[in-house]
Design a protein around this ligand. Structure first.
Ligand SMILES: Nc1nc2c(ncn2[C@@H]2O[C@H](COP(=O)(O)OP(=O)(O)OP(=O)(O)O)[C@@H](O)[C@H]2O)c(=O)[nH]1
Length: 365
């Protein structure tokens, strides 16, 4: 199962975009688990000491790599120190097993506890950073089950119910091995579920946003606009559109080059976004024209917002971006059934007036 899941996770790692992190480490974790399984099976062929150290190292490595995969998935710093510490504790325990007491139950208890720590850490990560979505609930439940199984094994070991070797035939041992195999499959399925959900989010975001500036594109803006129209219909909330155009942008491109022109566009987009509230929507409609949809805002309030955007662009100048100004056209949606095209045409009329009046200003339609 671990070998099959290694292939599934590796294949996803190769084909998913880099925004979905952690698949590589999860796949390495499964590979490590495969190696561990093979080593435990190779019992009679390998000297016992070598087998115990190698098989337990790969088993701990598997759980540690999976934790690191999940940490990377959530954009956290990987805890390599944790894996190293667990490995040192595990190896000291094995040396103790040889030198001091060959207590199988104690060995099982120590390794169950170490492995448990990795799964509990994944569960905590998921609870803290997971999206409220079915995929998180599913993976979280699996992590909880896996942690409970390990906890049970820990208690079983402490109470002497695990027999005297991996091969001992007790019911507890049998149930554990069966569950461990099943959970190997399920852990990979669980991680693939959150990874696939992330893939969907990334793809939706890409298809709705402008690749240069990261703000919405036409498609993403249309969806946001229709959500706002629905709010207007239900609660009578006003909304206002700003059509923002960079002044003499061709001259910036001609004087500083296209790359600097691109930086100006990114600067304008980011500064505009930071001057607004989270509920507002900023889009780039190609070229050097941006559209802003101000939720719950009247034309009067939008005039102040347009001023604020222009002031922010002015204050944020400097660094690797040359000076530039913008002209802004303002138009409020008159009624829920006014079309986006009509609204934009009115905002553009305001924009042309601002351009004609000398640029670097805003004009209401
Ligand atoms: N760097 C860069 N330039 C772009 C991009 N898209 C469009 N442009 C340039 O934007 C410029 C737009 O020029 P115009 O439409 O003449 O407008 P303008 O020079 O800003 O003049 P006014 O709008 O009248 O103030 C053109 O030179 C386009 O090549 C882009 O993605 N990156």
């Amino acid at each position: 199962m671990a070998a099959a899941m290694t292939i599934v996770l590796f294949s996803a790692y190769r084909s998913f975009p880099a925004d979905v992190q952690g698949l590589g480490h999860q796949s390495l974790g499964m590979l490590s688990l495969t190696a561990s399984g093979l080593l435990f099976c190779a019992g009679p062929l390998i000297p016992e000491a070598v087998l115990l150290f190698a098989a337990n190292s790969t088993m701990l490595g598997a759980a540690g790599l999976m934790l690191i995969g999940t940490q990377l998935f959530f954009g956290r710093k990987p805890s390599w120190w944790w894996l190293a510490l667990a490995w040192v504790i595990g190896m000291v325990c094995l040396v103790g097993w040889y030198v001091i007491t060959q207590d199988y139950a104690l060995r099982v208890a120590v390794f169950s506890l170490l492995t448990l720590s990795f799964y509990v850490a994944q569960l905590v990560l998921l609870v803290r950073h997971g999206e409220r979505h079915f995929s998180s609930w599913f993976f979280g439940t699996l992590l909880l089950v896996q942690s409970l199984v390990l906890l049970l094994r820990l208690f079983a070991a402490l109470s002497g119910a695990v027999g005297t070797s991996n091969a001992s035939n007790g019911a507890v041992q049998g149930i554990f091995l069966l569950t461990a195999n099943f959970m190997t499959l399920m852990m990979a399925v669980g991680f693939m579920t959150i990874a696939t959900r992330r893939l969907q989010v990334v793809m939706e975001h890409r298809s709705n946003s402008d690749p240069l500036t990261g703000v919405l594109n036409r498609r993403g803006f249309a969806a946001a606009y229709h959500r706002e129209v629905a709010l207007m219909k239900r609660h009578g909330k006003p909304m206002t559109l700003l059509s923002i155009d960079l002044d003499y942008f061709k001259a910036i491109n001609d004087q500083y080059g296209h790359a600097v022109g691109d930086r100006v566009l990114v600067h304008a987009a980011h500064t505009t976004v930071s001057a607004l509230r989270e509920i507002d929507h900023v889009a780039r409609f190609g070229g050097e024209e941006f559209i802003v949809l101000l939720s719950g805002t009247t034309a009067e309030q939008a005039k102040a917002t347009a001023q604020r955007i222009r002031a922010s662009l002015f204050e944020a100048r400097g660094g690797d971006v040359p000076d530039y100004t913008v002209s802004i056209g303002i138009a409020s949606q008159q009624a829920p059934d006014e079309s986006l095209e009509a609204l934009m045409a009115r905002a553009d009329a305001g924009l042309y007036r601002a351009k004609a009046a000398g640029r670097d200003r805003s004009e209401a339609a």
